[in-house]
Design a protein around this ligand. Structure first.
Ligand SMILES: [Zn+2]
Length: 146
């Protein structure tokens, strides 16, 4: 373990991972308030990746070896474990029916509810349907008068 192979790997690829994670929070924004906790979680993950990258960079600058990365690995596992509710708030099944949820639901939505049990979303969809119907009937009546 007197090499710097792992350190080089972390310095190089954790930077790209960090950028990827930040990009992910931007994509999540379109889910608005329904995914605020999930967005914070990804941000925490990004911070953790960033800290590990900074630590590895410091090791490299001081010409320390891969052994010191074990400290970072243990610290990261401890942080993930202690903060798992905030950093890894993912559930695979619906709270109401216990069915497995889609990947999108697990990643983007705070409430662990499937499509059939997400009341808020059902209400929004019904409102959209109503609006579309209203617009369609308006168009028809304006065609009739022309
Ligand atoms: Zn359900």
């Amino acid at each position: 373990m007197d090499s710097q192979i792992a350190i080089d790997f972390v310095v190089k690829y954790f930077y790209w991972a960090f950028l990827g994670w930040i990009f992910m929070t931007l994509i999540q924004r379109r889910h608005g308030n329904k995914g605020a906790k999930k967005r914070m979680a990804v941000l925490y993950q990004a911070i953790l990746i960033f800290l590990i990258m900074v630590y590895a960079t410091i090791l490299k600058m001081n010409e320390l070896t891969d052994v010191y990365l074990i400290i970072a690995a243990i610290a990261a596992i401890l942080i993930l474990y202690l903060g798992r509710k905030k950093i890894l708030p993912y559930q695979r099944t619906c709270r109401e029916c216990g069915k497995k949820m889609s990947f999108e639901r697990v990643i983007y939505y705070d409430d662990p509810l499937c499509k059939e049990h997400d009341k808020e979303e059902i209400e929004i969809l019904e409102e959209v349907k109503k609006k579309i119907e209203e617009i369609e009937t308006e168009e028809k009546s304006s065609e009739d008068t022309e």
